[in-house]
Ligand binder design. Structure first.
Ligand code: AHR
Length: 697
């Protein structure tokens, strides 16, 4: 019996509104079916192509959350480099001996309108006075590496030199490091790893730049940047002052881009071969309030002219990572931007009425598209992009209007979307326009659906697109994740993800684009107010190293092994378990009765083929704790060589995971296999995701 046909339409098809509902914390009940299990059979019809695999299917979704850019991908190592993270305190900065304070009377410019004031009066040859920064939970240093330091400074009654030092803090004593009087213990614990001198500081704002090169040091993150003086002031006045702004420290970056990205994280992404990047959010696009949106025009050009803004994830963005940096990130990884434009709605429910009030925002979106794609010689914003260092336009095919506008209970999205849609289509008819929730007055090219689910929910909806009607907009699954495991998903998460990816890939005539979210998490401080706002996240890192979660490896397996055709498949005797979903709630209020128990498959699959080489990729997910033999039959006249390859991601336990300490505990392993053909039985390991590469002609 075909499993898909045996389930009711209701069981198979979760409608979009379910994504608005949050399940109660009560554990859903799960039990195994009491049956003697026959060996399941999978049939692959090698001559029946059901659809093309969408060449754009596998992408990335990103935003500033969990210290994704600042404290993550963005190379900058100094935290709060513009002193705007807190209006009253120079947070993440400390004084070395002297005293420091914020000063709004000495702005660098109207964007960076506060500075850090250092009183140098206590300095002497034997007593350094300065400012220090410990980065984002540490500053990484590596051997024989050159770092680029830059800052703006001006001085009054100060004629001495400034020394720029990278100090290694040689203590592993966490108690001392975290204690109140850490600074007092520092003397004698700090060893210079690299240093440079700036002989004189001008009385007017000027930019200073030096390089620091380490010797044969051990890689470490217990380091700090110190900029200090050993003279108190001038000969006539010992009360010297130095003001600082935009103090920056950059390590080598991916492709050596100035203001660029961290190489290890870029490499993890490059290995996934993503086709697009949904940017800049997520909630980060919208902001809590309209004046805290991602206002792209304030994120371009010289970084010293970017005012920065507070993000809805409750920390400051300098916007050093702005629209151009997103586009260059895409360029470096050979993917294209999928641009989400601000659509006049902010998270705390402020919205702009459709009509004339919305027009400036629509114009902003058109300008943004022009900045990315416009001709440098003939368009205003294309010329601005060239002035900002990138004469060539970037490719762009998809524009999303807003984010999760189902939260806008005012009903304004219908009108807001139509206004953006009509304006974008009028000027850029070639662009595909994506709505964030269904609309009626115009027909979007795509609707973006979001699914954050438990493993059981993901598995339970793993056939939902098989029966979805094909007319109407295409589907972009722009945010989804099996949220099991923190900070990053464990093997149970990866199994739920793989079940869901089989569904999306099998239906990629309908689901043309997908992106897991969130992408990144800094795992340094998982406590409240720390480095993580949202578990579970695909890739984790601290200041020094990074790792992919089991879900990352599942994504990478799927996105790098799919060919171009989806093949028809069928199955019999797929084992199932009984799962009763918990009561749905909205804003904590239960919505109706608990849904009836349902049968959920324990094996998931899909088959694709490379039309050039003939290779068949059979993906099989076994979510059970026991090995599962599966009888595989390939019809349609294909001949299959006895030797092939199996790429297997598996764990002994569904809770097993990767971490900073054990970054590669669970990784896919490729093995040569034989005994293949058009009719064979293969055992799939417990808790495993397998891709069989069958050499077929
Ligand atoms: O991915 C985390 C958040 O989830 C996104 O910012 C938002 O779009 C969604 O609610």
């Amino acid at each position: 019996m075909n499993l898909i046909k045996s389930l009711t339409r209701e069981q198979l098809s979760f409608r979009l509104f379910i994504s608005l509902l949050v399940y109660t914390g009560a554990a859903a009940s799960v039990s195994r079916a009491q049956t003697t299990n026959p060996v399941p059979t999978l049939q692959i019809k090698a001559d029946q192509v059901t659809t093309k695999v969408s060449p754009m299917l596998y992408g990335l979704m990103t935003e500033e959350i969990n210290f994704s850019y600042e404290g993550g991908l963005y190379g900058e190592l100094i935290r709060n480099r513009t002193f705007k993270a807190n209006p009253t305190n120079a947070v993440y900065w400390s004084a070395v001996n002297g005293s420091i304070s914020l000063d709004t009377n000495q702005p660098l410019n109207s964007a960076l309108n506060v500075s850090l004031k250092l009183d140098t009066s206590g300095a002497s040859q034997t007593r350094q006075v300065g400012i220090a920064n410990d980065g984002y939970w540490g500053i990484p240093i590596r051997p024989n590496t050159t770092y680029h330091v830059s800052f703006y400074a001006k001085a009054k009654h100060f004629s001495g030199a400034l020394t720029v030092n990278l100090f290694h803090i040689a203590s592993t004593n966490e108690q001392i490091i975290k204690s109140q009087d850490f600074e007092a213990h520092l003397e004698g614990m700090m060893f210079p790893a690299a240093s440079a001198t700036i002989p004189k500081i001008s009385g007017d704002w000027q930019k200073y730049e030096v390089t620091l090169t380490t010797g044969n040091v051990e890689p470490s993150k217990n380091n700090r940047l110190v900029i200090s003086a050993t003279k108190p002031g001038t000969f006539f006045n010992h009360h010297g002052t130095v003001w600082f702004q935009q103090v920056s420290l950059f390590p080598p970056t991916f492709n050596n881009r100035p203001n660029g990205n961290r190489p290890d994280i870029m490499q993890l992404l490059a290995d996934m071969n993503p086709k697009f990047l949904r940017l800049p959010g997520g909630n980060y696009l919208e902001g809590d309030y309209i004046n805290e949106r991602f206002n792209w025009k304030e994120t371009i050009g010289d970084i010293s002219q970017r005012p920065g803004h507070r993000s809805p994830w409750n920390y400051w963005s300098t916007d050093g990572f702005g629209l151009m940096e997103y586009c260059e990130w895409c360029e470096d990884l050979h993917m294209e931007p999928l641009l989400a434009v601000f659509a006049g709605y902010a998270l705390k429910h402020d919205y702009i009425k459709p009509g004339p009030d919305l027009e400036p925002y629509v114009q902003d979106a058109l300008d943004e598209i022009e900045y990315i794609t416009g001709d440098a010689a003939t368009t205003k914003w294309g010329a601005q992009r060239a002035k900002d260092g990138h004469p060539a336009p970037f490719p762009l095919h998809y524009v999303e209007v807003g984010n999760e506008d189902w939260f806008d209970r005012s009903g304004s999205y219908e009108g807001r979307f139509a206004q953006f849609f009509n304006a974008i289509k009028a000027k850029y008819p070639q662009l595909q326009v994506i709505a964030t929730t269904p609309v009626k007055s115009v027909t979007p090219d795509f609707v973006d659906e979001h699914y954050y689910r438990s493993q059981e929910q993901m598995e339970s909806q793993s056939h939902m697109y098989d029966t979805r009607k094909r007319e109407g907009p295409k589907v972009f699954v722009g945010e989804w994740a099996t949220r099991v495991g923190r900070p990053t998903p464990n093997m149970a998460g990866a199994l739920g993800d793989a079940a869901w990816m089989c569904c999306m890939e099998r239906n990629s005539d309908l689901v043309l684009l997908e992106s897991y979210a969130p992408l990144f998490v800094n795992v340094s401080d998982l406590g409240r107010g720390g480095s993580m706002q949202w578990p579970s996240d695909l890739i984790g890192y601290d200041a020094l190293t990074s790792y992919g979660s089991p879900s990352y490896y599942a994504q990478k397996m799927f996105s790098t092994h799919h060919g171009d055709n989806v093949l028809a498949t069928d199955s019999q005797d797929i084992p199932t378990y009984t799962w009763q979903p918990p009561v749905r709630t909205r804003n904590g209020v239960p919505q109706g009765d608990r849904p009836a128990p349902r049968q959920v498959p324990e094996i998931f699959y899909d088959a694709t083929r490379d039309s050039q080489s003939g290779t068949i990729y059979l993906k099989v997910v076994n979510r059970q704790g026991t090995a599962q033999p599966v009888h595989i039959q390939i019809s349609g006249g294909a001949s299959v060589e006895p030797e092939g390859e199996a790429l297997v991601l598996k764990a002994d336990n569904p809770d097993d995971t990767n971490s900073i300490q054990e970054p590669v505990k669970i990784v896919p392993v490729t093995e040569k296999i034989d005994g293949l053909g058009t009719d064979f039985t293969r055992e799939f390991p417990p808790y495993s995701i397998t891709i069989l590469e069958l050499k077929a002609k």
